[in-house]
Design a protein around this ligand. Structure first.
Ligand SMILES: NC(=O)c1ccc[n+]([C@@H]2O[C@H](COP(=O)([O-])OP(=O)(O)OC[C@H]3O[C@@H](n4cnc5c(N)ncnc54)[C@H](OP(=O)(O)O)[C@@H]3O)[C@@H](O)[C@H]2O)c1
Length: 247
């Protein structure tokens, strides 16, 4: 097992400060939490969201630059990520027109060389096939996947393909794999492991605000370059049990 506590402290070795970050998928719940964390850290923020969702970013008026457009619109992404030190991308499986894949590919193609690229997805994404999934997740993927595709609502394979391209890219990527999510106050930086099925992840729950925190902290954590951390809330029973046994 390979698990990680994450300190969340600023100024630790191997961390470098980014100045300008782009949030792709800025108007969703995760996107808005990421904007708040990024502004708290003094970053200049550019957000991309669908035209009809610009109103959801009202609270940030005057503090961020918004580029309205589909996140798989290559021209919008090209302009949004120009000069960015980091790009935080929310990958969603909605629709059946390769929305995730188009979004990821545009970010990979246009982000400046050397930029930190951090992508979000769920535990169902596997990097090396060594994840061990419980019955609940296997059932959701097996049932929801084909049904959602049939109803033309979502395509889980699209998110899989998007991540495959990220893994294969020569960029400075991190793919953050979220557990089940809940709302609520921050419990601090989530802990992570390389493989779903590791005991530390057993509780399978993270506060959404902390998922966003992990994404934003990853911008300056070089240990996460080329990693696909599966995360879980640091106050969950499984994370606490792991911390006790490690101590
Ligand atoms: N929900 C979970 O339980 C869960 C669990 C593990 C991991 N994750 C991961 O966490 C990330 C955030 O997911 P979330 O569920 O919490 O949602 P979220 O943060 O609210 O984000 C949803 C995003 O999807 C966009 N969207 C919604 N409908 C769309 C459509 N028809 N076409 C294109 N884009 C559409 C939204 O844009 P608008 O604002 O324009 O609608 C928004 O950017 C994702 O990467 C997801 O895979 C989620």
């Amino acid at each position: 097992m390979d698990t990680h506590g994450g300190s969340g402290r600023a100024g630790a070795p191997g961390r470098k400060k980014s100045k300008k970050v782009c949030v792709v998928g800025a108007s969703g719940k995760l996107g808005r939490y990421m904007i708040r964390h990024a502004l708290d850290r003094g970053y200049e923020v550019v957000g991309v969201c669908r035209e009809q969702s610009v109103g959801k970013l009202e609270e940030f008026a005057g503090r961020i630059t918004i580029l309205p457009g589909a996140t798989n619109d290559r021209e919008v992404i090209r302009r949004a990520v120009a000069d960015c030190d980091g790009v935080l991308t929310v990958l969603v499986p909605w629709g059946i027109r390769q929305y995730s894949t188009g979004t990821a590919q545009a970010v990979l193609d246009y982000a400046p060389e050397g930029a930190r690229l951090v992508f979000s997805c769920g535990w169902h994404i596997t990097r090396d096939g060594k994840d061990v999934y419980g019955l609940k997740l296997r059932t959701i993927v097996k049932l929801f996947g084909p049904l959602a595709r049939l109803a033309r609502i979502a395509d889980l394979d699209d998110q899989v393909e998007a991540c495959r391209r990220v893994f294969a890219s020569g960029t400075r990527w991190t793919v953050v794999r979220g557990s089940d999510l809940e709302e609520g106050e921050s419990q601090g930086l989530p802990v992570w492991s390389r493989h779903v099925g590791d005991p530390i992840l057993k509780s399978n729950l993270t506060r959404r605000v902390d998922f966003a925190l992990f994404m934003v902290e990853a911008l300056v954590n070089d240990e996460l370059v080329g990693e696909a951390p599966a995360i879980v809330g640091r106050q969950t029973p499984s994370a606490r049990a792991h911390a006790r046994s490690a101590a």
